[in-house]
Design a protein around this ligand. Structure first.
Ligand SMILES: [Zn+2]
Ligand SMILES: [Zn+2]
Length: 306
């Protein structure tokens, strides 16, 4: 049995998708991550990156998929109408997202696919769909295949983004990965997030802006817009003692050379820092019986996908 947890980055760009030679290296699709463990597939966010993932998943046997949405902003949902398994009767798609104040989560999801904005209606798609609003501090086990160990999912609702956002901690066989996109750093760092991410193997953190952009030294100040700088992400990673920090939700106007420069400028003596790249795969082996505190995650490939 392949007992590793594999994370594949299908979309890493924030705000809106881009396609140009200057952004080809890190990729232009909006957020989508695939977590694969013991034959079970969990998806984080449904930006345009989910379209290429869906084309792979659609060729598989009947499957139960879990889609966790951080929030409903366009860049995290705009791939859903083009997600091929949504149109297959053999798919059971479970969707979990933060519960909106009006408790109408399914209605909000259906609005994404409503004429005149999209020709196919949500309730005309063939997949079996289960919509589950998540409480602010939800914790649950997900286990569509009882023969496999459960994936443990913890949620933390944050107001450090307009309208709020759900942060996720995924644990499998003693390894933890934290997904904290669309969050703005607080002064002295976000103490709740630091506690939530404590000792995780991998922290995937919003890093949309440079410090100059955030402070208004290059265009309008971005304070209050709901995104972090790479320095803010590193502060959280260091305080939480994670082993690897992956800078995520790249600004759509950021070219490849500048992303590489930001990584170079965001170094730590204790943490491996890298930028999320479309096509990046990270594999985490199960935690051994004797807890290996210093084991680093293994990077498998960084080839951009088609
Ligand atoms: Zn976003
Ligand atoms: Zn957002």
């Amino acid at each position: 049995m392949n007992d590793t947890l594999t994370i594949t980055f299908w979309g890493v760009r924030g705000s809106y998708p881009v396609a140009s030679p200057a952004t080809a290296q890190y990729g232009g699709a909006t957020p989508c991550l695939e977590f694969s463990a013991g034959g079970q597939t969990l998806i984080l966010d449904a930006g345009t990156g989910i379209i290429a993932l869906g084309n792979v998943l659609a060729r598989r046997a009947p499957q139960t998929l879990l889609l966790l949405l951080s929030h409903l902003h366009h860049d995290h949902t705009q791939g859903l109408p083009f997600f091929a398994p949504l149109y297959q009767a053999q798919t059971h798609l479970q969707i979990m997202a933060p519960a909106p104040a009006d408790r109408a989560l399914e209605k909000h999801l259906a609005q994404i696919m409503t004429p005149p904005y999209f020709p196919v209606r949500w309730d005309e798609t063939a997949a079996q769909k289960t919509i589950l609003p998540l409480a602010a501090n939800a914790a649950l086990e997900w286990n569509p295949d009882p023969a496999q160990p459960s994936l443990l999912i913890r949620a933390l609702h944050s107001l450090a983004h307009p309208g709020g956002v759900m942060l996720y901690r995924i644990e499998w066989r003693g390894r933890a990965v934290v997904y904290a996109t669309d969050v703005e750093g607080y002064a002295f760092a976000d103490r709740r997030l630091i506690s939530f991410a404590q000792d995780a193997a991998v922290l995937i953190h919003d890093a949309q802006y440079t410090t100059d952009e955030y402070l208004g030294l290059a265009g309008p100040a971005k304070q209050g817009w709901g995104h972090s700088t790479a320095a803010m992400a590193l502060d959280v990673a260091q305080a939480a003692r994670v082993k690897q920090l992956i800078l995520f939700h790249h600004d759509p106007q950021r070219d490849d050379d500048t992303i590489a420069r930001i990584v170079t400028q965001t170094q730590s003596a204790t943490i491996q820092v890298m930028a999320a790249r479309q096509g990046l795969k990270i594999e985490l082996a199960p935690c051994p019986q004797t807890f290996d505190f210093f084991e680093s995650p293994k990077v498998l490939a960084t080839d951009p996908m088609g």
